[in-house]
Design a protein around this ligand. Sequence first.
Ligand code: FES
Ligand code: MG
Length: 591
Amino acid sequence: PNPLEDYDLSRPITSKVGLRQGLAAYGDAHFSLFLRKAFIKAAGYGEDALTRPVIGIINTGSGFNPCHANVPQLIEAVKRGVQLSGGLPIEFPTISLHESFSSPTSMYLRNLMSMDTEEMIKAQPLDACIMIGGCDKTVPAQLMGGISANKPVLPLVTGPMMPGSHRGKRIGACTDCRNNWAAYRAGFIDIEDIAAINDELAPTSGTCGVMGTASTMACITAALGLMPLRGASAPAVSATRLRVAEETGKNAVAAVSDEHRPQKILTKESFLNAITVLQAIGGSTNAVVHLMAIINRHPDVAGTITLDTFDEIGKKTPLLVDLKPSGDNYMTDFHNAGGMTALLQTLRPLLHLSAQTITGQSLGEVLDASGAHDFPYSREIIRPLSNPLYPASSIVVLRGNIAPGGAVIKASASKDRRLLNHAGPAVVFSDTADMARRIDDPELAVIAESVLVLKSIGPIGHPGMPEAGLIPIPRKLGAAGVEDMLRLSDGRMSGTAGGTIVLHISPESVVPDSVFGVVRDGDIIRCDVENRVIRLDVPEEEIARRIADKKKIDSVGGREKKRGYRGLYERSVNQAEHGVDFDFLTAAGPS
Ligand code: FES
Ligand code: MG
C-alpha cells in the first residue's frame, strides 16, 4: 500500500473499508483519515495493517464474570483466524454481565448492554464484529444490539462449563444448585455435604452446564445461522472451543459485505427455526422473552412472530434432548452426542432449510456438508423423532383473564404432571420480601393443593423481572414430601430450574388494571395446560371492583420522576410478551 494516496487531495477516498468508513466526522474526509491513522498508529499498527478490513472483537471478560473467564484465550484464537485471512482484528470492551453479580438483576442491565453493543458497533470503524458472550443475558443483549447496529456480526459464545462430582455423582450449575439446596432446606442433606457440593457445582470456567438460558441461547444462535454449529456446545475449556474461535475469525473476514448484515441474513424463517430448536431442546423460558426482544429489533420480522407462534411450533415439536432440567444430562453429553449438528439433522423435516447462514450457505447446505446423515452418534441424549423425551410443547403459552397478554410454562420441567391440570386456592405473596417473611412460617395456611402466587416481580415491579418465579415449597410441606406445587408469578425463572411454574404473567401486577395484581388469598386459580388456559375463578364484576379499589390506593405513580438508568428503565420498558425491551429500541419505536 502506498500511504501517500491517502493524503492526495485530488483523489476522493473511495474505499469504505476499515478506517476509511464514515469519514464525514471532521468535515474533510482526508483530514479525518489523516487523524485516525495518526492515532491508531499510537497502538503500533503499520500502513499495511491499516488497509485491511477491521474486525472488531467485543471483549466481555471481567473479574466478576467466571462464565467469561476464557475470553482472553478466545480472543487470541479469534485474532489468529482474522489475521490468517488477511483482516485486522481490534478488540474493544463492552459491559459484562454475570448472573450472580448484577444487582438488582442481570435482566435489568440487559438492555443497557444491548445499547452499549449497538452504539459501539456503529461508532467504530469496523467492518464486521465478533461478539464474545456467554452468560445468560449477554448473548441476547449482543444479538439485540448487533441486529440494530446492522453491521455483519458473528456471535461467539464462551461455551459450557464441565460438570463436577460429589460422592461419585455428577453435579453441575445450576439445576443441581437448586435441587440440592431444596433437599438441604427440607433436611435431607447435612451442612457438611452442602458445603462440599458448593465446591463442585461450577468446577471450571464457562456457562452453566445444563440446558439453562446460556446453553439455550447458544443453541438458538447456532440455529439462527450466525455461529458454527459445534460452537453451541463445545466446552469452554476444550481445544474445540478455541478452534471454533479461530474459525469465527476467518468467517468474520469473509463476512465483510452488505449481504452479511444481520437484517439481511435473518428472516422470519430463521426465527421459526430458532423457536423449533427452543422447543426441541426443552430450552429456558427466558429464551421466549429474549427471542421476542431480538425479533422485535428486526424491522422485517417484528410483528410477524408472537407468543402464539411459540405455542404453534411447540405443538409440532417433540422434546428430543435429554438434558437437565427437563432430563438428566449435561451440555458435555449433548456435545459428545453430536450437538447442534445431530439435533438439526434430526429436526430436518421441521426446519426451513433455505434460511441463510453467516457463511453464505443455506442451513440445508450446512447440514448436507456436515456428514452426519448416517448418524454416528448415540441416540440416548439426542433422541430420534420417533422416541422423544416429551411428545410436544415443552414450552406452552397460556392465556385467560389473569393473563390476557399471555403467560408461559415449561410443561416438560413439571415434576408432578398432575399439576398441569389443576385448580386450587391461592396463597398470595405481595412481593419477594413478603414471601421471604412468611413462606416457611409453620402457621402459614397452605396445603399441597394450594396455588402459590408471587406478585411484583414483573419487568417494572421489581425492575428487571428477577428469576424469583421458582417459589420455594413451604418448608413444612417440603419436609412432608411435597416436591412440586402449582406456582404463578409475573417474573421469570432460571432456565436451570424445574417445577410446575407459570411465569411471565402479563400485564404484571403493578400495572394499574392488571387482574393478576388483584388475586387474593383463597381465590381459586385454574390451570389447564392442555387447553392453554390460566384463569381466576372470580366473577368479572368482583374483579372490576377490586381493580377500581386498587387504582384508588396505588398506581405505577412516580415512574417519570426517577433519575438515571432506573428512571429510563421504568419509563420505557415493555411487557414480557414484547421482550422486556425499551420501547424506543424496538424496530417499531415508542408506541
Ligand atoms: Fe453464567 Fe449460568 S451463571 S451461565
Ligand atoms: Mg440463569
